[in-house]
Design a binder for this molecule. Sequence first.
Ligand code: FES
Length: 135
Amino acid sequence: MTTQQNHKITVCTTCRYKGTDCRPGSELIEKLRAAIKAAGDAVPEDFEVSGVACMAGCDRPCTVAYHGSRKATYLFGDIDPAVDIDDLVTFAQQYAYLHDGWCSSVDRPGKLRKSTLARVPCAIIALEASEICAS
Ligand code: FES
């Protein structure tokens, strides 16, 4: 039996530190997966951690997004895998408990207070009955 994860963390795999060829996205994914696993029940929901090439925050490497079913989406920038893993795990814990995912900057942990590039409300899109039948 498989369980559906309804929380996701997406890490940019193509962000590059300015003036270097270093692309730390893959390292960030591995560290974040390990830290969430190590946190155990402290993070009350399963999070799928995956990568994507570019989330349009290229001037603020690395970028990391949090999304969940019926929840606000966040995009954070300036994330450094060497120093920001604890803040990312703490936010995963917090995000899991927020019923709509919405929180203000002062409630976010550490660097995430000032490195938010976007906070997008959830969208619940109702389909007309005729559209449901056509799909
Ligand atoms: S390359 Fe990472 S956001 Fe564009």
